[in-house]
Design a binder for this molecule. Sequence first.
Ligand SMILES: Nc1ncnc2c1ncn2[C@@H]1O[C@H](COP(=O)(O)OP(=O)(O)O)[C@@H](O)[C@H]1O
Ligand SMILES: [Mg+2]
Length: 289
Amino acid sequence: MDVSRANVSAQRIQDVLSTEPSIVDAKSEGKSALLGEHISFKHVNFSYNNSKTAEDSILRDINFEASRGETVAIIGSTGAGKSTLVQLIPRLYDVTSGSVVIDGRDIRNIPLAELRHNIGMVLQDSFLFTGSIRDNISLGKVDAKEEDIIEVAKIAQVHDFISKLPHGYDTKVGQKGVNLSGGQKQRISIARTLLIKPSILIMDDSTSALDSETERKLRNALKGLIKDNITFIIAQRISSCIDAEKILVMDEGTIVGSGTHQELLENCTVYQDIYRSQFGEREVSYEHK
Ligand SMILES: Nc1ncnc2c1ncn2[C@@H]1O[C@H](COP(=O)(O)OP(=O)(O)O)[C@@H](O)[C@H]1O
Ligand SMILES: [Mg+2]
């Protein structure tokens, strides 16, 4: 019985190992290093099965640009395509047509290692590994100094919590360790991503489990750090996007509005609807803090 089970497993492992990746790496062209000065989406269309028919398309004619120092917030209902859009940036998937361009280079011409080295992504579902909290934060930079780990934990609003644990940063997480709440896991994942100092920072709904007060503190603490980055924030709450230089409002795979909070309140009905659903039926106020 064991032999036949092992045989099936071995076959499956073999299948995985011999799969040709659909993402083809680019050769290094000896170009200057990527700096993340500018990003643009140009007529990006995308479907998960690479089909060009309308019913399969997940993203349709996405166009926007952003420069270093700017924050792009993406808001819109579940299934609108927000996560899909940001996953195109590190080439977790390739566009079906159109292009994503960073610093003037189509990302398909940038070696994957170089591209991904510049991008830090906090996923929608935060994932911690078995090991200590320190291991989890320093995952992307194992030789990080203690002070750097503490600095990012402070920004992520999780240092106070960690330092109150009996074993502090050496506390084990996972089955045999401390039980962490969703919000604590999210904050540790944020600290992990900040530690690698990415020039393009992507946070996919990564503050959803935080209360508004903690989220506000986090946003303020991030400000100093992200002035030199291009930051993408996918958020449910209007309060998370209010300071962004550019807010993209997504609906069913397209951008139905883009601009600042004020501009969208004035001219984007989808944004006004989201605003009303979060701040009640009272008149749309232009002075929200
Ligand atoms: N791996 C996948 N394969 C096929 N369809 C997917 C996949 N991931 C997401 N989708 C579909 O793409 C659409 C957009 O999803 P997503 O980008 O996750 O939206 P959002 O992040 O705005 O909630 C949804 O209809 C979803 O079902
Ligand atoms: Mg999503």
